[in-house]
Design a protein around this ligand. Structure first.
Ligand code: BLA
Length: 311
């Protein structure tokens, strides 16, 4: 395996390239490409990573419209099981960034999650350090990873305000730091880009400081928590229908299993219905609905101390 030169992707200077609007218009690289470049640049600069090679048909995915491009990159390191960055550029009608960072199971550190979906007239944005364990029932976990980051997230929350209706099922995967927004009429390069940088660097700092556990029970738990998360997302991710439209059923299933939610087939053997039995239909298939609880959160359910409140 080829090691990446550490400085290869380094981003020169700080901030967002001034020409990004132009780039977006020209549809050459897309709205989120500077985000992806920053993520990969910082990752390779800070950690001793090796690229994870994509298999066969996942290497050069071609969208059915022949125009939408996709850039996939994935890495691992001694502490990182998988860090992957995906950038979809479909011109002014479709821009997607999806970045995920999952540590090895010797660490209980949160999952880095950036899910940005933009069209000409709307943005759907989730940026978070998704918790492996509930921050409302596990105060130790909340204190360990989140309390000291609340001030950092506060300034971004004030700009990137709560995006409205989101299901209870999604909220259980979110942390008190989550930025869930539909940020309209905003300069994302001035609002979202700094938040993305802050959250990513915060995740890197957590990783830097992390010490592996040797407790096999703790390792197994961390692994199952990641598996449960991946199982949820691989089955219920709202991006699914779009991926199927772009790449067809077969390729997108492969992409979801082996790349986007890699670990699904290797970290555990439990099924979606084992983790989420409330989704079992009478014929034992998985119910199509995204929410069974039926509760939605219209406002941010955490207070400024990161405590969860149900109104
Ligand atoms: C919508 N994506 C959403 C929404 C959320 C998320 C909360 C809006 C609310 C909803 O429709 O449920 C993201 N949901 C999450 C995350 C978790 C969760 C991160 O439970 C758990 C951690 N998004 C992508 C990719 C695509 C994508 C790769 O990450 C497409 C290729 C698209 N997300 C996408 C689309 C919608 C969406 C198209 C709108 C779906 C709709 O309006 O029906």
């Amino acid at each position: 395996e080829v090691r990446l030169a550490r400085s290869r992707h380094a981003v020169e200077g700080e901030g967002y390239p001034a020409a990004v609007e132009e780039v977006h218009k020209n549809q050459s690289e897309g709205l989120y490409r500077p985000f992806a470049d920053f993520a990969v640049g910082e990752l390779t600069k800070r950690f001793d990573v090796s690229p994870l090679l994509l298999k066969g048909e996942l290497r050069n995915m071609v969208a059915r419209d022949g125009l939408t491009s996709i850039q996939n990159k994935a890495f691992e390191s001694s502490k990182i099981r998988c860090f992957r960055s995906t950038c979809i550029n479909g011109g002014s009608s479709l821009q997607v960034l999806n970045v995920a960072g999952l540590a090895r199971p010797e660490y209980d550190i949160p999952i880095f999650c950036a899910d940005f979906f933009s069209t000409a007239d709307r943005n759907i944005i989730v940026l978070d350090l998704n918790p492996l364990y509930s921050t409302s029932t596990n105060k130790y976990y909340k204190e360990k990873y989140y309390d000291n980051l609340l001030p950092l997230s506060k300034k971004h929350m004030e700009v990137l305000t709560w995006g409205g209706k989101v299901t209870a099922e999604s909220v259980q995967f979110f942390s008190p730091l989550v930025l869930w927004t539909k940020a309209k009429d905003q300069n994302l390069q001035q609002t979202l880009y700094p938040a993305f940088q802050d959250y990513l660097l915060a995740w890197f700092s957590i990783l830097d400081a992390a010490q592996p556990t040797v407790n096999s029970e703790a390792i197994a738990k961390n692994q199952e928590a990641q598996h449960r998360y991946l199982t949820w997302r691989a089955t219920k991710d709202p991006g699914r229908p779009l991926l199927t439209r772009l790449y067809g059923e077969e390729l997108s299933e492969k992409y979801i299993e082996e790349y986007l939610f890699q670990g699904l087939k290797t970290l555990g053997t439990k099924t979606f219905l084992d983790y989420f039995p409330e989704y079992r239909a009478e014929d034992n298939t998985v119910r199509q609905q995204r929410s069974m609880v039926g509760k939605s959160f219209f406002t941010r359910p955490w207070d400024e101390h990161g405590n969860f409140h149900i109104d």
